[in-house]
Design a protein around this ligand. Structure first.
Ligand code: 3HC
Length: 313
C-alpha cells in the first residue's frame, strides 16, 4: 500500500484526455480494437512481436475498414468511402516492439490469454510506459487485479472487454478492481463510447458479465449434442429461432474459437472446482487436440469454407 502510494505520487497527475492509443497483440481481438480506435479519430499504434500476426492484423484492418466504409457509402451516396478509408488508415502505425507504445495515453493489451504471460508483460510495460499512461486489458476470463498489481499502477488499470467481431459488436465491458481511480474509469469508459461502443460496468469476477453467462451456455449446448439429445444443427436452429440469438451456441463456439472456449473453461475449472456451471465437454478437448479450432482453422463443430470474414459455416 505504502509503495503503491509512493508510486502514485511519483507518477503525478492522471492523463486528462486520451489522444494516442497503443494496442498490443494484433490478433482476432487486437486488430479490431486498433481499427475502431483509429476509425474514431485516435492516433493508434498496433504492436505484435510476431511478424506474421502483425502482417495479418494489418491486412485484416485494411480489408475491414474498406468493407465497412463501402457499406456506409451504399446507404449514403454522399459518403466518400475511399477518403474515409485513407484517413482511418493514416492514423494507424505498426511496430514489432512494445517500446512503440511507451508514449501512448492509453495502452490496450490483447495478447495471449495466459495469466503468467500477461503478468510478465505488465511488469515490463509498467517500466517502459510513460508514468501517467493508463493500461487496459482485453482479457476475456482472467482476473484483472493480479495484472494490475504486476503493472505497479493498479490505480490506472481497467479491464476493457470487447466482443468478436469487435468492428460489429456493440458492447464493451469496463471492469473495475477495488484499486482503480474513478477518474480513470470515467476516462476509459468515455473513450470506449467514442469508439462507438455501448459500455457496461462490472466488478472483477470470472468472465465478467457476458462470458460468465455465455461460456457455460456454450458448454451446456456442446454437452447436449454429446448426449445425443438433439443434432448440432437443430440445437443451433432452436436457439436462433426460439430464443432470438443471432448465432446458435455451437456455431458461436466455432466462431469464438474452440481453443479459446477450452482455455476459458479449463482455467475456471481449475480455479473454481465447486462451480457446476464450469465443466469441459469431452468433445471440445478432442476437437482442439485434433487441431479443429472452429472458423479460424476451417473446421470445428462445422466446416467453415469462406475464409476469416465468414460469419456462417
Ligand atoms: N469487418 C467488417 N465486416 C465484417 C466483419 C469485420 N470484422 N465481420 C463480418 N463482416 C461482414 C460480413 O462479411 C458481412 O458482409 P456482407 O453483408 O457483405 O456479406 C456483414 O459483416 C454482416 O454479416 P452477416 O450478414 O453474417 O450479418 P449478421 O447480421 O449475421 O451479423 C454477426 C454477423 C454480428 C457476427 C452476428 O452473427 C452475431 O452477432 N453473432 C454473434 C456474435 C457474438 O456473440 N459474439 C460474441 C462472442 S463472445 C466474445 O467475443 C467474447 C470473447 O471474450 C470470447
Amino acid at each position: 500500500r505504502e509503495q503503491e502510494k509512493a508510486n502514485k505520487a511519483k507518477r503525478g497527475a492522471n492523463v486528462k484526455e486520451i489522444t494516442t492509443v497503443g494496442v498490443v497483440g494484433l490478433g482476432l481481438m487486437g486488430h479490431g480494437i486498433a481499427q475502431i480506435s483509429a476509425a474514431a479519430g485516435f492516433q493508434t499504434v498496433g504492436v505484435d512481436l510476431n511478424a506474421e500476426v502483425l502482417a495479418n492484423g494489418q491486412k485484416a484492418i485494411e480489408t475491414s475498414v474498406a468493407k465497412l466504409n463501402s457499406r456506409k457509402a451504399s446507404k449514403n451516396p454522399d459518403f466518400d468511402a475511399p477518403a474515409a478509408t485513407e484517413e482511418t488508415l493514416a492514423r494507424l502505425s505498426y511496430a514489432s516492439t512494445v517500446d512503440a507504445v511507451a508514449q501512448c495515453d492509453l495502452i490496450v493489451e490483447a495478447i495471449v490469454e495466459d495469466a503468467s504471460i500477461k503478468q510478465k508483460f505488465y511488469a515490463d510495460l509498467g517500466e517502459r510506459a510513460k508514468a501517467e499512461a493508463i493500461f487496459a486489458s482485453n482479457t476475456s476470463s482472467l482476473a484483472v487485479a493480479p495484472m494490475a498489481a504486476a503493472s505497479q499502477r493498479p490505480d490506472r488499470f481497467v479491464g476493457l472487454h470487447y466482443f468478436n467481431p469487435v468492428q460489429l459488436m456493440k458492447l464493451c465491458e469496463v471492469v473495475q478492481t477495488p484499486e482503480v481511480d474513478d477518474e480513470v474509469v470515467e476516462l476509459v469508459d468515455g473513450w470506449a463510447r467514442l469508439t462507438g461502443k455501448i459500455t457496461v460496468r462490472c466488478k472483477d469476477t470470472p468472465g465478467f458479465i457476458v462470458n460468465r453467462l455465455l461460456v457455460p451456455n456454450l458448454a451446456a449446448a456442446i454437452a447436449m449434442a454429446e448426449r445425443g439429445d438433439a443434432a448440432i444443427q437443430d440445437i443451433d436452429a432452436a436457439m436462433c429461432l426460439g430464443a432470438g440469438h443471432p448465432m446458435g451456441p455451437l456455431q458461436l463456439a466455432d466462431y469464438v474459437g474452440l481453443d479459446t472456449c477450452l482455455s476459458i473453461l479449463k482455467g475456471w475449472c481449475a480455479q473454481y472446482p465447486d462451480e457446476p456451471a464450469f465443466f469441459v465437454p469431452p468433445s471440445l478437448t478432442a476437437k482442439v487436440a485434433a487441431g479443429k479450432l472452429g472458423r479460424k482453422s476451417g473446421e470445428g463443430y462445422y466446416v467453415w469454407g469462406d475464409g476469416p470474414a465468414s460469419t456462417k459455416p
